[in-house]
Design a protein around this ligand. Structure first.
Ligand SMILES: C[S@@+](CC[C@H](N)C(=O)[O-])C[C@H]1O[C@@H](n2cnc3c(N)ncnc32)[C@H](O)[C@@H]1O
Length: 332
């Protein structure tokens, strides 16, 4: 597969590189902002402090720092499990947002000067088992919400990726406990074929007497969940956003775009500096990535020689000299 084929298959990937964004996700936040004016901030005072949870490689942080602009370092705090190349004016924390220590580090930063906006584009490594993936995604969202309840100012806004699975109503109900408006939005740049959407929660307004507590799991049934049944069940509006006549994220486009611009290959703006799939890419290039052997494909003598089910999995650990590139040529 040539290096231009992804440019053809994924027009937002191509446009992101051409516009200097680190990832195609930038368009999702820009399109959500077009619809919901996320940067107007509480009481139209404008957003001056924001948190970007699950931020790597950093295109949402780029959007946040451009929109907030000129506020100096620390007005945008970006957090991710993975290391992220620096961005001017963005303070970075490397850590797991589901861990107490990371949450405390973030919260500490906003003590006395709360944030106007918390965004979370977090996605777990999907397994293909839908129930497991939805559960993991929901846990990320709840960890992000828990952090948001500590750092958001009243009237603040929270935007988080959700998977529109079977139990998503429960999450909407939880979000409605804390925000006066909750919508589900699907930006044009998010593929229709994906169950991804974004919960856009505006008007942070926790219940009277609510004390944020990192050690208490949200989705606790002591909060008001009786809207889940019957005619009082919450139906969250579903909104598509972004210009619907613009590029369709599920289509392939010719390399010369319809607006007449001539195709010129653009390399990625900022390749991930230490992606988790790096080891697999290096092994693949060297032809050393283990392939699954199915018993039906093997002669009987080989089947007999195959490891027994309880054999310990073999793991290859790379020596530093074996790691040679940043893995950008290999899709995760
Ligand atoms: C879709 S990417 C985010 C893209 C980003 N919004 C951008 O615009 O560049 C999802 C990110 O979630 C991060 N992530 C997943 N689980 C996490 C966790 N528990 N804590 C922190 N980051 C996490 C991954 O490392 C990954 O970088």
């Amino acid at each position: 597969m040539g290096r231009t084929s992804k440019d053809k298959r994924d027009v937002y990937y191509r446009l992101a590189k051409e516009n200097g964004w680190r990832a195609r996700s930038a368009f999702k936040l820009l399109q959500l902002d077009e619809e919901f004016q996320l940067f107007q901030g509480p009481h139209l005072a404008g957003v001056t402090r924001a948190v970007d949870l699950c931020a790597a490689p950093g295109s949402w942080s780029q959007v946040l720092s451009q929109k907030i602009g000129g506020q100096g370092s620390g007005h945008v705090v970006a957090v991710d499990l993975q290391a992220m190349a620096p961005l001017p004016g963005v303070l970075q924390i490397q850590g797991d947002i589901t861990q107490l220590s990371t949450a405390k580090e973030i919260i500490q930063h906003f003590e006395g000067c709360p944030a106007d906006l918390v965004v979370c584009d977090g996605a777990p490594d999907v397994t293909g088992l839908h129930d497991v993936d939805e559960y993991m995604q929901a846990q990320l969202l709840l960890a992000a919400l828990n952090i948001a309840t500590h750092v958001l100012k009243p009237g603040g806004c929270f935007v988080a990726k959700i998977f529109r699975g079977r139990d998503v109503t429960l999450i909407y109900s939880q979000l409605r406990v804390f925000f006066s408006s909750v919508l589900c939005a699907k930006p044009r740049s998010s593929r229709n074929s994906s169950i991804e959407a974004f919960a856009v929660c505006q008007g942070y307004d926790p219940p009277a007497g609510f004390l944020p507590d990192l050690t208490k799991p949200l989705l606790d049934h002591s909060y008001d969940f009786n809207q889940l049944d019957g005619p009082t069940r919450i139906i969250v509006p579903f909104v598509t956003c972004g210009d619907l006549s613009s590029y369709d994220s599920d289509r392939s486009y010719p390399l010369d775009l319809e607006d007449g611009s001539e195709y010129k290959y653009t390399p990625p703006t900022q390749p991930p500096i230490s992606p988790p799939y790096q080891e697999a890419c290096t092994l693949k290039k060297k032809g050393r990535l283990a392939k699954e052997i199915r018993p039906q494909d093997c002669p009987i003598s080989t089947v007999d020689a195959m490891p027994q089910p309880l054999a310990a999995p073999q793991r290859h650990t790379l020596l530093p000299s074996e790691v040679e590139d940043n893995g950008m040529n290999c899709s995760p």
